[in-house]
Design a binder for this molecule. Structure first.
Ligand code: GLV
Length: 311
């Protein structure tokens, strides 16, 4: 029996799927009528699990006695139970670096969309409101201050783009980055109080869960915008809904949510909120590169070669 790869999220493009299928029998779990039974019937042959954002839980890992590698097609691995993988010496890989610029571009798109009411303006024209008068004014970006949470690869790429818009950049994270020119805040609430845009670029997972609370949003204030290109879990979603309803912040641009692909329905009725369906890495070029890395990591593992991007 050919070794089996279990794919639990549909992100690999057809060319890369074809390459995978040369070496592995592939189970596409979303195509299975009864996924639990399929996993149970194939448990001894599944040596690879590929996901992106959907959870790879301890229960799945424990159900697969011969699993060797979890190749996550994402930079984030907060969806993978790393502890359960470590206990069984299962290799985990991700796809860093190749998605940095595209994800930063989505961050900037949200900043622009919020400040200049781009999405609202488009709707305004489509529904024929323009004839009744102009759209309310937006805000200038030049000279405004943005606070980045998580000055990693993506945060830095966002900072570079903000600088091109002549915005001031400051940042918060667990550590000051001595090699960066931006002002560091060790206190998130204090930084939120000093900025016009709070842009979340950090990793998800327990260390950043519910980092952005009602208090942080209150500090951001009625003229401040929140942009989240990190993970839904970084923001307390209840607090965000409350802050938006109470006009404690000016608006929010969101690419990520706590329970994707479900978006809290109150957000859908708010003109000052831009909602995207987790588009950070969603370009042909970047998804191709991510898929290539997934395949190369799997090949390296089974050839006994060094992994390209082990977690
Ligand atoms: C996308 O959110 C990723 O982690 O790659």
């Amino acid at each position: 029996m050919k070794k089996t790869a279990l794919i639990i999220q549909h992100f690999l493009l057809p060319d890369e799927m074809a390459v995978l299928e040369k070496d592995f029998r592939v189970i596409r779990i979303w195509k299975e009528r009864d996924p639990e039974t399929t996993i149970q019937e194939n448990k001894d042959n599944i040596v690879v699990v590929i996901s992106s954002l959907l959870p790879v839980r301890r229960s799945l890992i424990e159900a697969l006695p011969n699993l060797e590698i979890i190749a996550n097609m994402a930079v984030g691995v907060d969806n993978v139970d790393l502890e359960a993988a470590r206990e069984r010496s299962i290799v985990v890989t991700n796809t860093p670096a190749v998605l940095t610029n595209d994800t930063a571009d989505i961050g900037l798109s949200l900043v622009l969309a919020l400040a200049r009411r781009i999405v609202e303006g488009d709707m305004y024209v489509r529904v024929g409101k323009w004839q009744n008068g102009p759209l309310p004014l937006g805000v200038t970006l030049t000279g405004k201050k943005a606070g980045i949470v998580g000055l990693g690869r993506i945060g830095l790429a966002v900072a570079k783009r903000l600088a091109a818009f002549e915005m001031d950049v400051v940042y918060h994270g667990p550590n000051r980055k001595e090699d960066q020119p931006y002002e560091y805040y060790d206190d998130l609430e204090k930084m939120a109080g000093d900025v016009d845009f709070l842009i979340l670029c950090c990793a998800g997972g327990p260390a950043t869960e519910n980092l952005v609370t009602y208090e942080v949003l209150e500090a951001l204030g009625p003229d401040g915008f929140l942009v989240n290109i990190a993970r839904g879990s970084v923001v307390n979603e209840e607090d965000l809904l409350m802050a938006l309803s109470n006009k404690k912040i000016a608006g929010a641009g969101l690419d990520v949510y706590t329970n994707e692909p479900y978006v809290p329905s109150p957000l859908l009725t708010m003109d000052n909120v831009v909602v995207l369906p987790h588009l950070g890495s969603a370009t042909y070029e970047t998804r191709t590169e991510m898929g290539r890395l997934v395949l190369e990591n799997i090949q390296a593992h089974f050839n006994g070669e060094p992994l390209l991007t082990a977690v």
